[in-house]
Design a protein around this ligand. Sequence first.
Ligand code: FO1
Length: 315
Amino acid sequence: MGEGKRKILALAGGVGGAKLALGLTGVLPADELTVAVNTADDFEHLGFSISPDLDTVMYTLAGVANPETGWGRQGESWTVMEALGHLGGETWFRLGDKDLATHIERTRRLRAGETLSAVTGDLARRMGVKPAMVPMSDDPVRTMVTTDQGELAFQDWFVRLQCRPTVQSVRFAGVETAKPSPALLDMAGLRGVIVCPSNPFVSVAPILALSGVRAGLTSAGVPRIAVTPIVGGQAIKGPAAKMLAELGHDVSALGVARYYRGLIDGFMLDKEDAALATDIEALGMRVRVADTMMRNDEDKRRLAADALAFVDALC
Ligand code: FO1
C-alpha cells in the first residue's frame, strides 16, 4: 500500500452494498472507509422523503437491519401501516413504525433547509454508525424505468409492481444538474475504490452518471474493483439478472464485467463462476475468484478482507 493512501471508497446501493460495507467495517478502521450511497431510489411518499438505500446502509452498519428483508429495521411493528390500511390509505410501500421515525425526522430537517448529507451524517452518528456514509448527491436524482407498461418511477416498478414490467431502458432524471458528493471527487489519500455487489443498472449507474464521477474515478490512478452481484447466472438479491436479460446483456458475471469495462481494473468473481475468469480477463481486467456469498457476518468480513487484498494487489 502506498504511503498515506489509506482511504477506501465503497460505492453502494441497498442490501448487497450494505452487507459488504458492514464487512469492510470489520477489517478497516472507521476513518479509512467512506460509503457513497445511491439516492436515485429516493422518493416522496405519504408526504415523507424516503431514502431506501441510505437507510438500508445506515441500519445495517448500526446493526439494526431486518435480517429477513435486508431493508427496514429488525423487531419492527406495523401499527401505523395497519391503521392506514383500515382507512383505505396507501400501504404498498411498507413503512414500519420505527422506520417511520427516520422518515419523519429526515423530512423535517430537509424542510428546515438542511442538506441530505448533513441529515444523513447526523442520523447515522446518532445510530452509532462509525464510518462516513454519504448520499451520492444532495440534489434529487430519480430513476425512471421505461417498461412495456410505459415509464414508471423506480419504486412503482420495483415495489408496487414487483419488478414485473419488462424493462426497456433506464434514465436518471435530474442527474445532469445534480452535484456529486465531494467524497466522490476527493481522491486525496485514496487506497482504492470498491464497487459493491449492488445492481449495476439502478444502484451503481446513477452514482457513475453524476457529473465528473466516472472521469474522476478512472483518472485517480488507484485500483478500482467490483464485486459481482451475479452468481451462477442469478442475482443474489433483486432484479439484476432480469435487467441484464431485458437490457440485452449476458445474464452472467461476464455480462456485469462487460458493463463495468473501462471503469474497473479488477473483478471479483464467485468460485461457482470460476470458468468465466479467462473471458473476463480478456476484457482487460484482472480477476480474483472468491466466495462472494455473504450469509453471515463472518462471510462479510472474509469477503471484505479478500476485496482489500485484491485492491492492494492491483497497486
Ligand atoms: N422493498 C419492498 O420490496 N417492499 C417494501 O414494502 C419496501 C419498503 C421499504 C421501506 C423503507 C425502506 O428503506 C426500504 C423499503 N423497501 C421495500 C426496499 C426498497 O425500496 C428497495 O430495496 C430499494 O430501493 C432497492 O435497493
